[in-house]
Design a protein around this ligand. Structure first.
Ligand code: SF4
Length: 492
């Protein structure tokens, strides 16, 4: 086997790609030359094709980039599962609009009706070399085309000159991304942490919104993000959920869902004043912490809430007994607690257990009689995902945590993996798979926060598997069986 190669049909393309990129093999233009080049490159352990291309879809404009998710030609389609990480890297490094979709290879320039017929098959771009090159071996394949011509600006029209110039400028920017893709190719072990992804509280919250949409029809208003994940929120928004920051954005009497993170009593009161039809998706384990806050405050305790300022769950819990509750984030916060009454402490459900333990120890050192649940408030799902990621981190060169940037439990998984000895990154989806970090990562741990959908994690794993032979291994620390019942408003 040899290292992956990057191919281009024309000398002009090859010179543009070589700009800060990997060496480029010139294949010559058209499928026949591409076929002969494919025979010469049979032993390459990965193959990227790049150069100019034509758009079949009117949304692609001259100078845009196109990354093929599948290459269609005379034989069976060739999938390109590493398309998303490459497209994501191109977006971040070139500033281009990057489209993804099927590409078709033809043996002649297509125009007019033929172009429309190809577009009707779902293909979004066309070239004349990729299919023979992609079909020549069972190895990672990538295709990147800089768009020259479009359905309304066909080749050999006056616009070809400006479209070609825009595409050439774009090609000169993609070399580093192609190099990162080529460097990432290689065999690796993928270590899947288990449990991972959705917890029972998140599944319940999403199901509540889905059922509310079914029962009442759109729009269904949701205060704050139902769970902290962009994919979940975007999917529900497409189906008719309207996410608002505050209740004054909701029309009177509308169906309104409170998110899994819970709300303060003042928010419930406001919903009552506005006559909203509320369905509460607060996770029962968050509701348990709220109930503890009320109980401690009612008996005259000062409630020290271990958590992170600004998180919605913390704001909700603080709101249960605002006169009696103090947020504790550091040892200095513990030292500043007033000593005029008994102290009890509670914990945000999604903290790292070590961090919560350390602050709880500070509290009990200063107030030996302090009452608290120790780490019991940190929910089963957070605990299990932290144990599982620590387990894979001990064997991994790199850990990828699937989750959105505002997901507290996902960010804690990154910290736990790093404490267990592996560099770790939070990624929102397959477009964030860090090609530049994979070169030396022969064992990659993968997990997902409690709010990240399993399908997104699967797409990340598929992208990794598209970068070379992969040995997929699961490391399971426990089996979860927790389920929560739905609130009566949406029960079948
Ligand atoms: Fe509930 Fe824990 Fe899931 Fe949060 S992470 S929704 S507290 S089960």
């Amino acid at each position: 086997m040899t290292r992956p190669v990057v191919c281009a049909a024309l000398g002009l393309e090859a010179r543009a790609l070589a700009h800060a990129g990997p060496p480029v093999v010139r294949t010559g233009a058209g499928p026949a030359r591409a076929r002969r080049a494919a025979a010469r490159l049979r032993d390459a352990d990965g193959l990227a094709v790049a150069g100019f291309g034509g758009a079949l879809d009117g949304r692609l404009r001259p100078g845009d980039l196109f990354v093929a998710t599948e290459v269609r030609g005379a034989g069976p389609p060739v999938p390109c599962p590493s398309a998303e990480p490459l497209a994501g890297l191109l977006e971040r490094t070139t500033g281009a609009t990057v489209h993804r979709g099927p590409l078709v290879t033809t043996d002649h320039v297509v125009t007019g009706r033929e172009r429309a017929e190809l577009a009707a098959t779902g293909a979004m771009a066309v070239d004349m070399e990729s299919a023979p090159l992609a079909a020549a071996g069972d190895r990672p394949v990538a295709v990147v085309r800089a768009i020259v011509d479009t359905p309304d600006r066909p080749l050999l029209s006056p616009a070809t000159l400006t479209g070609g110039a825009a595409a050439l400028r774009r090609l000169r920017t993609i070399g580093p991304a192609l190099r990162a893709w080529a460097d990432a190719i290689g065999p690796r072990r993928i270590l899947l942490a288990s449990p991972r992804s959705f917890c029972a509280g998140v599944e319940r919250a999403i199901e509540i919104v889905e059922r509310a949409l079914e029962m009442h029809g759109p729009p269904v208003y949701v205060r704050k993000q139902i769970v902290h994940n962009t994919h979940v929120v975007n999917d529900l928004a497409r189906r008719g959920a309207v996410f608002v920051d505050e209740l004054d954005e909701v029309p009177p009497g509308a169906v309104t869902v409170f998110s899994a993170h819970g709300v303060a009593p003042a928010v419930r009161d406001e919903a009552g004043r506005l006559g909203l039809r509320v369905i509460d998706a607060t996770c029962p384990l968050v509701a348990k912490v709220h109930a503890e806050a009320r109980r401690y405050a009612a008996r005259g305790d000062l409630v020290a809430l271990i958590g992170h300022a600004g998180h919605e769950e913390v704001e909700g819990t603080l709101g249960e007994a605002p006169e009696s509750t103090v947020l504790v984030q550091t040892p200095a916060d513990v030292a500043a607690l007033p000593a005029d009454r008994p102290v009890a402490y509670l914990t945000q459900t999604t903290l790292a257990a070590d961090e919560a333990d350390a602050l709880a120890a500070e509290i009990t050192r200063r107030f030996p009689d302090a009452r608290g649940p120790h780490t019991d408030d940190i929910c089963y799902a957070t605990t299990n995902r932290q144990r599982a990621v620590a387990r894979v981190a001990r064997e991994a060169d790199l850990v990828l945590v699937v989750g959105s940037a505002n997901s507290s439990n996902s960010r804690r998984l990154v910290e736990v993996a790093e404490q267990a000895g592996a560099p770790a990154l939070l990624i929102d989806g397959p477009a964030d798979v860090p090609l530049g970090r994979l070169r030396d990562a022969r064992a990659v741990g993968v997990t997902a926060g409690a709010s990240a959908p399993p399908a997104v994690l699967d797409a990340v794993v598929a992208a990794l598997r598209g970068l070379g032979p992969a040995d997929l291994v699961e490391r399971e620390v426990t089996v979860e069986t927790t389920e929560f019942t739905l609130p009566k408003e949406v029960r079948p």
